[in-house]
Design a binder for this molecule. Structure first.
Ligand code: C2E
Ligand code: MG
Ligand code: MG
Ligand code: MG
Length: 286
């Protein structure tokens, strides 16, 4: 009986593997098609200053609806794009779309937003990464000053002088640099001061567990203190409740991003959101 059971398990496992690899193959071929038509859109999630309640920036997040698969989350297709190398053309389409949106906001008088873009490891590692990004920005007449690059611990962990040099060059050009998903990697805290970072983003998993788990709260508190010592500003990701906002305020966190304020929004909806936000802010201050 045990043997039979084992064989069944094996059969199930094998079926799963086949299903998984079939999905991966389909994803990759659908991605290739989508790249030809630039079939992606960008959504933008506001980042709010915890002290002034001002929206200081937005994070650009890619969205994709495939003809055959429907909506696919970036959490699923970005890794496929990284493994297949498709992330390079995809990243350039993303930067281009962000530049177009920045220009449309500028035409509506919105020109103070810092726009952060997630940078994939493989893209960052390209030798001509800086040149190619600069060329796109020039083409759309966008200044590096309005851009923030979000890099993950995993990308930065391969601690080579090459990475540091690239970051210093980017910073000197006017780009802001953040470390994303902080706390989820295996890196040590001490390596932070080797990089010219402007912002540190605490991963949403910490924020969500912080109100029920003392240890997580202690970790968040320590990360904020340490970052401030190194003159790095802190963004809390995935903030969903008033309770979390108050706790983060008491810990002197700088910026907050999460569903509590807004989901990621299409470009035109963001414009409305910003207008409403200003009106409400004025009302709150009267
Ligand atoms: P990330 O950069 O850490 O982005 C934050 C993710 O958390 C986003 O998921 C966002 O929609 C989600 N989020 C925001 N607020 C909340 C909240 O209050 N609660 C919860 N539960 N989630 C919240 P999304 O858009 O699905 O993106 C997932 C990941 O995919 C991103 O994580 C990033 O690593 C990657 N990604 C997304 N867009 C891009 C892109 O344009 N380029 C690259 N290279 N990667 C991207
Ligand atoms: Mg990010
Ligand atoms: Mg993150
Ligand atoms: Mg993440």
């Amino acid at each position: 009986f045990a043997k039979q059971n084992g064989r069944n398990n094996y059969a199930f496992y094998f079926d799963d593997l086949k299903k998984d690899s079939a999905r991966l193959l389909l994803l990759e071929s659908e991605l290739r098609k989508a790249l030809q038509n630039k079939d992606f859109t960008m959504h933008y999630q506001p980042k709010v200053s915890i002290h002034t309640e001002q929206i200081i920036g937005v994070e650009a997040l890619v969205r994709w609806t495939s003809d055959r698969l429907g909506i696919v989350s970036p959490g699923e297709f970005i890794p496929v794009a990284e493994d297949s190398g498709l992330i390079i053309p995809l990243s350039e389409i993303i930067i281009e779309k962000v530049c177009q949106d920045i220009n449309s906001w500028r035409n509506k008088g919105i020109d103070q937003l810092l726009v952060s873009v997630n940078i994939a490891g493989l893209h960052f590692q390209q030798e001509d990464f800086i040149e190619r990004i600069s060329n796109i920005l020039k083409k759309y007449n966008c200044s590096p000053e309005v851009f923030e690059m979000e890099l993950t611990e995993r990308t930065l962990m391969k601690d080579s002088s090459e990475i540091v040099n690239k970051l210093v060059r980017l910073k000197n050009m006017g780009f802001k640099i953040s470390i994303d998903d902080f706390g989820t990697g295996y890196s040590s805290l001490s390596y932070l001061n080797r990089f010219p970072l402007n912002y540190l983003k605490i991963d949403g998993s910490f924020i969500q567990q912080m109100t029920s788990l003392q240890e997580k709260q202690a970790v968040v508190d320590c990360i904020i203190m340490m970052a401030h010592r190194l003159h790095i500003k802190v963004v809390a990701e995935g903030v969903e409740s008033k309770e979390q906002v108050e706790l983060l305020k008491s810990m002197d966190c700088d910026f907050i991003q999460g569903y509590y304020f807004s989901k990621p929004l299409p470009s035109e909806e963001l414009v409305y959101f910003l207008e409403l936000w200003e009106i409400h802010k004025q009302e709150r201050n009267v």
